[in-house]
Every structure is written in structure tokens, then in C-alpha cells.
Design a protein around this ligand. Structure first.
Ligand code: XMP
Length: 513
């Protein structure tokens, strides 16, 4: 079944993915396309409406991204957000200028007054906070448009030509700071575009399963399972589609958290697939023996991972398709930027070139992370897999500072488990995006009973973040930190001191290595 679709036309704003996520949360499928995409291609996607994103430019600046003016002749609704709103004005006969004084330049939370006769604000409060971030302002509103919202500084916070289905807002309805922002997007979708809300994970699951079956036919499929959310959900989906034609190779490098390997294996019991767990702990530890330099650790683990996977794949023989757990943010971001390499991330989903196969299947390619989780639930994967926090490919090796031994890893595993358990007991799991223990390589003097100890210092790390590119350290309540500390020093041998990492990213990174 083809879904109704809205196209989010990307003009370079920082919240573009967020807009797309909000649309999908409202039960409408959407895709993000660059503003340079040919109009013919966009038309061929058969959308029910467009959303123009914000962007860093001024519409009148030379070389500023422009919309193809023909887009306004398609008879299709458009919602312009921030820069997108100014584009509407600019193209349809209005005038946009730089705010000459600070009074018309707005940034941050702004008290806003709405005309609820406008379809965009239908059923919502007439007054509320909206999140502004614009330096330009609409000096002249285009013919046919009316003003539908204002703030103290700005008379035209929202404009619309309801007859043509054109709406523009100067603020960002997609960010949480805007009260009822998602409701405004929902109004645009349902009241203006006539959406029916046909994007559900149940539907997606059925469609994806059918497509995978059609594509694979009687072929054989191989998947590298890391135990992370994406590869697990991809595996479950393909398992549901083609059962025993699928082989999942789970390379257990011995650097997982407590019980994690068994949890992954157990979750896949219910499918009749070929599940290979390559217990390679000894191999990995041998290769890592005496290695202390973080990048060397990462390289060794990445290479060894591929070697083990390759050996297992050879045993299977002919393979037609390789499944990868690529998700939509990777697709949108790929090709963008050439930032400095801070850490060489090795992603076990991204296995390339050395196994002979016909084609790669990426069944999650169009899904956001929260949708991947929802799909995982549809497929009845256990919550401990579906809700799993991000875990780096090199695993505990980069949380065990200095050289790695089995004993140190076991110490770290126990401490990390207690930390996670206490976070869960305190009901804080959802407010902490990533949290874990790090076994530092430092030892210090302590006293236990009447004896002197000389043992390791354990660091606790927790971050709150939406994109993992920047992160703040989590303000964990002292009582929770205290419980974690008391339990760890009492229950885990060789740790006599606990510290809490209070650096944000930047300047620190989330992981310690
Ligand atoms: P950093 O430490 O760079 O981490 O702030 C950002 C996010 O990436 C995760 N991470 C990795 N993920 N392979 C991965 O798949 C890796 O090698 C790797 N190193 C870091 C980290 O856990 C955090 O979520």
C-alpha cells in the first residue's frame, strides 16, 4: 500500500529532521529532500503537501537557497517555517528585509497571540509561547495573505492565504519550546493537506515484510547482529519475512555488558532462523593484550570483528543478500560535512565488500530511531533490546582505560550493571540518554574494615542529549549517586573509590576513549 506523503523541503535549517519526525509522529509519512531536488522528481513522489524548513540564510542574500517558483502553482499546500516562511513571502510578492533594529529581531521563547480562526491554530489556545530564531522580518505581506499571529515585537508572526493553502510561521513549531507546536503541524496535515493518518508501524511492518519476501524470493540472507537496536530490529523484521533463509551472525567479542550476549541470543529464539553466535572473546582479548592506546584498540577490534564475521560467512557458503541496519538519520546526513576525525567509529552495521553477495537490503532506511523502536515492539522484541541505549561497537574496551584484561572487564561489568540497576530503580532511565561506568586505570588508597586497600577508581558517566553530537552531563540526584556508590564499593571487589564525570561534550566526549 502506498502511503500518503508530505515532502519536507530542506533549506539547511538545524531542525529539519525534527520537522520530519513530528510529521511522522502525527501519523503521516514524510521524506526530507534537498531544496535543489528537481520539481519533476518531487511531483513524481505524489505528495499531499510541502513543508519548507528554516535555514541560516537571508532570502535576499546573493546565492541564498530559493524554491522553484513553479512549486506554488501545483495547487498543493505549503507550510513555510522561519526561512521557509520568508521564502513564501519573497516568492509570492511580499518583501523581506533584515530587521533594522533589535526590536524586530527575535530569538528564544516569545509570547505569541494566535487567531484561532486560522486552520493552523484551530482548537488551540489563543496565546502561548513560541520559539523564535530569526533576524529578518516581513516588511510587506504578499497579496492574498492575512496575518494570523503576532508578538509584541512582530506584527506578522504567522501569515496565510487559506484559499491557496499557503501558511507561514516565523517561529519553529517543531521544537518542544513552542507550546502546541506539534498540534499546529497536525492541523496543517489534517485540516489543510487532508491527511488520513495512514502511517502506522503495524502497516509499515506488513508492507516491509511483503517487500522483503518479494525481493529475496528463495535467496539466502546474511546479517551481522551487534545486539544494538537497529541491527536487532532489522534482524527481527527479516526473520519474520523469510525465516530460515536468514542467518544472523552475532560476533560476541566478549566486550559486551553483563548478560548482554545471552539476552541477544534469547530474543531470537522464537524465530526459526540460523543463529550463529561466534564466541570470540579469547581471540579479541589476545589481540588486545597490552594495548593501551584508544585508537589502536578501536582498529584492532574493528579488524578482528570483520575477520571473525568473514570466517563465519564462509562457512555458510553462498549468500545472496546482506542486511544492514542503516536508519534514516544516516541517510539524511550521509555525504554532509567533512569534520575532523575525533574517534574512528566502527559500526558493526556497516560491513562491506568482502563477503560475496548480490545486493544489500536496508529495511530500516526510512525510519527514525523512535520508529525503529516502535517497529521492534510490533515485532515483539523484548523491551531490553528495543529500548537499549547506544552502545559503542568496541564495547567495554573503550570504557576500560589502559590495558584490558578479563578480570578488569568483569569488574567493570559488575559495576556498570549496578549503576544501571539503580538508575532503573529510581525511574530515571528515560531522562538519561546514555549512562555507564568507566574503569579508570588509576588506583588509590582506601580503608575497608580495618585494612588498607589500594584499588581502582571507577567513574560514572551519564549524559543528556538529543543528537549525541553535543551533550550535557546529567544532574543525577545525590541520593541516587550515593546508593550507586555504596553498592558498588561494597559489592564489587577491587573498586574503592567512585567519581562522577561532570564534563559536557564538548570539551569532553561521551565515551572516555
Ligand atoms: P563520543 O564518545 O564520540 O560518542 O562522544 C558519541 C556516541 O557514539 C558512540 N560511540 C560509538 N558508536 N562505534 C559506535 O557504533 C564506535 O566506535 C563508537 N564510539 C563512540 C558513543 O557511545 C556515543 O553514543
Amino acid at each position: 500500500m502506498a502511503h500518503q506523503m508530505v515532502i519536507v523541503l530542506d533549506f539547511g535549517g538545524q531542525y529539519n529532521q525534527l520537522i520530519a519526525r513530528r510529521v511522522r509522529e502525527c501519523g503521516v509519512y514524510c521524506e526530507v529532500k534537498p531544496y535543489t531536488a528537481p520539481l519533476e522528481d518531487l511531483k513524481a513522489m505524489n505528495p499531499i503537501g510541502f513543508i519548507f524548513t528554516g535555514g541560516p540564510n537571508s532570502v535576499y542574500a546573493p546565492g541564498a537557497p530559493q524554491a522553484d517558483p513553479e512549486i506554488f502553482k501545483l495547487g498543493m499546500p505549503v507550510l513555510g517555517i522561519c526561512y521557509g516562511c520568508q521564502l513564501l513571502a519573497h516568492h509570492l510578492g511580499g518583501r523581506v528585509t533584515a530587521a533594522v533594529d533589535d526590536s524586530a529581531r527575535e530569538y528564544g521563547k516569545t509570547e505569541t497571540f494566535f487567531d484561532t480562526d486560522c486552520k493552523l491554530f484551530k482548537g488551540l489556545p489563543a496565546q502561548g509561547v513560541s520559539w523564535m530564531s530569526h533576524g529578518d522580518y516581513m516588511e510587506k505581506v504578499p497579496e492574498g495573505f492575512r496575518l494570523y499571529a503576532h508578538s509584541a515585537a512582530c506584527p506578522n508572526v504567522a501569515i496565510a492565504d487559506e484559499a491557496r493553502g499557503f501558511y507561514g510561521v516565523q517561529f519553529h513549531p517543531e521544537v518542544n519550546h513552542t507550546e502546541h507546536g506539534t498540534d499546529m503541524i497536525r492541523n496543517f496535515l489534517y485540516e489543510v493537506c487532508g491527511a488520513s493518518g495512514d502511517w502506522t508501524m503495524g502497516d509499515y511492518k506488513e508492507t516491509a515484510i511483503r517487500q522483503i519476501r518479494e525481493k529475496v524470493g528463495g535467496g539466502r540472507v546474511l546479517l551481522a547482529l551487534s545486539g544494538g537496536v537497529d541491527s536487532s530490529v532489522a534482524a527481527a523484521l527479516v526473520a519474520e519475512a523469510v525465516g530460515s533463509q536468514l542467518t544472523c551472525v552475532f560476533v560476541d567479542h566478549g566486550l559486551m555488558r553483563l548478560n548482554e550476549g545471552d539476552e541477544v541470543e534469547n530474543a531470537f529464539r522464537k524465530w526459526n532462523i540460523n543463529f550463529v553466535r561466534a564466541n570470540a572473546e579469547a581471540r579479541f582479548l589476545a589481540k588486545l593484550s597490552g594495548v593501551t592506546e584508544p585508537e589502536r584498540k578501536r582498529k584492532i577490534i574493528g579488524e578482528e570483528f570483520i575477520r571473525v564475521f568473514e570466517e563465519e560467512a564462509k562457512k555458510i557458503g553462498r549468500v545472496d543478500y546482506l542486511v544492514q541496519g542503516t536508519i534514516y538519520p544516516d541517510v539524511i546526513e550521509s555525504g554532509a560535512g567533512d569534520a575532523a576525525v575525533i574517534k574512528s567509529h566502527h559500526n558493526v552495521g556497516g560491513l562491506p565488500d568482502y563477503v560475496d553477495f548480490k545486493e544489500i537490503i536496508e529495511p530500516l532506511r526510512l525510519l527514525f530511531k523512535d520508529e525503529v523502536r516502535a517497529l521492534g515492539r510490533e515485532l515483539e522484541l523484548p523491551d531490553y533490546l528495543v529500548m537499549r541505549q547506544p552502545f559503542p561497537g568496541p564495547g567495554l574496551a573503550i570504557r576500560c582505560i589502559g590495558d584490558i584484561t578479563k578480570e578488569k572487564l568483569d569488574t567493570l561489568r559488575q559495576a556498570d550493571y549496578i549503576f544501571r540497576e539503580e538508575v532503573a530503580n529510581a525511574g530515571l532511565e528515560r531522562s538519561m540518554d546514555q549512562y555507564f561506568a568507566v574503569l579508570t586505570n588509576m588506583r588509590s588508597v582506601g580503608v575497608m574494615g580495618d585494612s588498607r586497600t589500594y584499588d581502582y577508581t571507577l567513574a560514572l558517566r551519564s549524559v543528556t542529549t538529543s543528537d549525541f553530537m553535543t551533550a550535557d552531563w546529567t544532574r543525577i540526584p545525590y541520593e541516587v549517586l550515593d546508593r550507586v556508590s555504596v553498592r558498588i564499593v561494597n559489592e564489587v571487589p577491587h573498586i574503592n573509590r567512585i567519581v562522577y564525570d561532570i564534563t559536557s561534550k564538548p570539551p569532553a566526549t561521551i565515551e572516555w576513549e
